[in-house]
Ligand binder design. Sequence first.
Ligand SMILES: [Zn+2]
Length: 427
Amino acid sequence: MLIWTHIHNARLIDPATKIDRSGDLWIYQGRIAAPPSPLPHRGEITEIDAQGLVVTPAFIDLHVHLREPGNEAAETVYSGARAAARGGFSTLVAMPNTQPPLDRPERIQQQLALAAQQPFASILPSACLTRDRAGREPADLAALAQAGAIAFTDDGSTVPDETLLERLAREAHRLQRPILDHALDHHLAANGVMHAGDRAQSLGMPGISSEAESLIVARDIRLAERTGCRFHIQHLSARESVDLIRSAQQRGLPVSAEATPHHLDLTDADVQPDSADAKMAPPLRSAEDRDALLQAVVDGVISCLATDHAPHTVEAKARGLKLGPFGIVGLETAIGITYPRLVRSGRMTLVEWIRRWTTGPAQILNLPPPSLALGSPANLVFLDLEKEWTVCPAEFASRSHNTPWNGRRCVGRAVGTLRNGNWTWRE
Ligand SMILES: [Zn+2]
């Protein structure tokens, strides 16, 4: 009987301790273990040769749309979790903007029941801040936290009423849960479909200004200061927002932010007038905005990377740039896009990039830091950072294929993922 797992010849990177060394790792009963002594019989050991691979804690994605219940044609909990494992993730935070939305405790319990039916990833549901995600009446945050909500968000929109959000922030703070905010003023964003810049003008498309984001970021910083609640800004897109968050952090306020692979890789120049593939909220912005985001990820002002995996059916996206829905899938391309952008380019070290995908999100969610230390759960990703590959949406485990990177040459890939010591993906 196979009781032990022995990984050898690996380059081991532990983001919690910043250790980077070559060596062996033992797994026993789903956890990192000390080498057994005396050595068990060969028949009791699963040997994994990790020659040429980096082994590090599996990634956490704190921003994923699973679309179940309500839009199972686009994604299910099962298919989304399987896509996560293939992308190198073992833990994800599910957004509550399903249909119906996760705004009451029994719906959180239903989400957890669906999550328990698949082996690929730990799914941590977030819950709505307001009833029906409508921004008017507060949801029962205490009951939602009790049912298992790890964070609160009306993602897809912000809560526009500052007085209401302040009251909710005080309650979230009492419950020790962060608010994850989709910082976009819906009046200013109006019917915009892309960044309000030269490109939108030349295409004759309605724009979404950077101010639509930065005004809400400024409000959130105000509320973090007033209430003590952590405000985590989702999918940051504008350089003005980066400046606001940097100065809030310098003042010691509990304000953090995530950046997505698409905002770090693409700009509004990549938006095509006849396609919704590069349509997302907030929109892809200018090269200066992208460079400000890259710098903020490097210097740690942006402490998390997150995909904002947003599956949509072919039919929905076929409505085009003006009418199609916002969002792209991201779980299976996250590593292949961000590793070349951030690490191979020489911008940041490998261990710091790994921290943005592991200890960074864990800290926002008040989870123990993912680590290779003895006793840690054996949630591991095997990274082949030399591997060149081409994005082929037909090969995605996700039910949806809405990606702006079809045919893109990537470098770096998860070639294996373990969750509690069991393979959830192995190439
Ligand atoms: Zn959002």
